[in-house]
Structures are given as structure tokens and as C-alpha cells.
Write a protein that binds this ligand. Sequence first.
Ligand code: ZN
Length: 295
Amino acid sequence: MSAPDEPDAPDPHDAPSVLYDVDGPVATITMNRPHVANAQDSALIDGIDEGFDRAEDDDRVRVVILAASGRHFSAGHDLTALVGQAVPDSWRLMRSTPEGKMRHERVMYFDRCLRIRNFRKPTIAAVQGSCIAAGLMLACMCDLIVAADDATFSNPVLRMTGAGVELLVEPWELGIRKAKELLLTGDSLSAEEAWRLGLVNRVVARDALAEQARALAERIALVPPATAEIVKDSINHTADLMGQMDAFKYHFMAHHWMHNTATAQQALTAREKRTSMREVFADRDRGDPAAGPQQ
Ligand code: ZN
């Protein structure tokens, strides 16, 4: 959703978008676009999926850590392709029809996320810095979340007309009332507040994040894989019985209805006229012009 004002690494165009590493029983899948705060483009989403393929096929791997290079976990979906001249033909084509846009989002966002949620081995997200919108959705697909003390969590898309992102995780993660507050205000939760609300399992010092996520993974790896798989599946099934999957499916359709409204289409056209994400976020922070004078 957002990009840092100052890049925290040179733009490594030739570097892989995702790194994969296995050490003992733990595989680590690392998002590796730190120059754009790990904004998720198709290559990054494909790279995560390929990492899970490898972890699936490797019997040595008992636990998967989803981590991120640089200062931030993920700024969400990479919207730069929707700004100004950067719009590639493939994106125009993709969203030229409601059917095309829905297909794209179902395959790349909805199904890919649920694949992680339903992955048979336990997963841990290691989150530092900004964890925004689709970054929050992605982290919440993991079974456990370890947060660095500098982590912040937000989903500030409503003022940009977005009906949340594709999976509405917030009511499940925060409870109904806090979910409404987070989404309607666009405000951020600190790591401590996220821990208090149960969104994250533990908060650790930033420089201990990798080590602490690893220590947690090693404890979980002591459980026989078949047992871990059954219990994870049963807990997910409990969420299903509480209606989680039905709620996810409903929201996905509602999210798409919103994409196709005049409200959202006009905002998209306006966004294409902007030349930078800075301008897009300034628009967002000003709010809906129809609401009247601001401040
Ligand atoms: Zn969408």
C-alpha cells in the first residue's frame, strides 16, 4: 500500500523477489523487495507460492517461517502499477472487465492466501516495521505471528474506496468492535496493542526477531508432523464451523462489488492521473472530497 519515502536498499532488479532457505527442520521463505517495503507484485506472490511448494515436498521441513527483508514486512499489494504511466498493458487487460479483475484477485490473492492458511505444516510470520493491508492479510494466514517491537499493523484502504482487502481477517483477529475501528479510521496498531488484542503471539526486540521466530519454530518442530498437521487442521476446522470460510467468501464478493461501483471506478481513474504514490496517499489522507471541507 505504501512505499517508504527513502529506499532502505538499492533497487536490486536482478535479485529474486523471494528467498528460500532450509536449516534443519525449518524452512524460511523471505520476501525480498525491501526497496519497496516488500510491496506484493505478481512475482513476489508467485515466489511465496513456490516456496510453499518446496516446503510441501521436503519431508525434512516441519515448520515454515514467512519473513521479510529490510525495514518493513509488507506494505500490501503493489499499487504502483496503477499510478500514472506505470500502468502496464497486462494490468489494463486484467481489470478491463469485472470478470477479469475477479479472476485475477481470486487466483493471486484469495486462493494463494488460503493455500498458506491451509498449508499442512505449521507456519510462523516474523513481522517487523509496517504490516499494511494485504501485508496484514498475508501475515494472518500464518498460524503464529512473532512481531518485532517496531511492528505496526493497519489496513487504511477504506478512504481509497477499497472494501478492505480480499480476505477480511480483522473481525477474526481483533474482535468485531476493534475491527470496525481499525478499518473505519485507517489507524495503526502498535506491536504491544496487537499482542494485547491477540493478533500476535509475542513481541520481541527488533534485532532478536529472526532468532526468536527460529526458537519458536524449533519448539514446534518437536511435535510429530502428523500430529501437528491434524491439530492445525482441526483448529482451522473449528474456525470454519464458526463461519470463517463462509465469511471470507461473502467478503470477497462484497469486495468485488465495491471495486465495480462508480465510487471506486472514479477513484481509480483519478489515481491513474497521479504520478507518484506520495500523491495517492495524500489523496487518501485528505479523505473523501464529498465529505466536505477537511480540517
Ligand atoms: Zn481487490
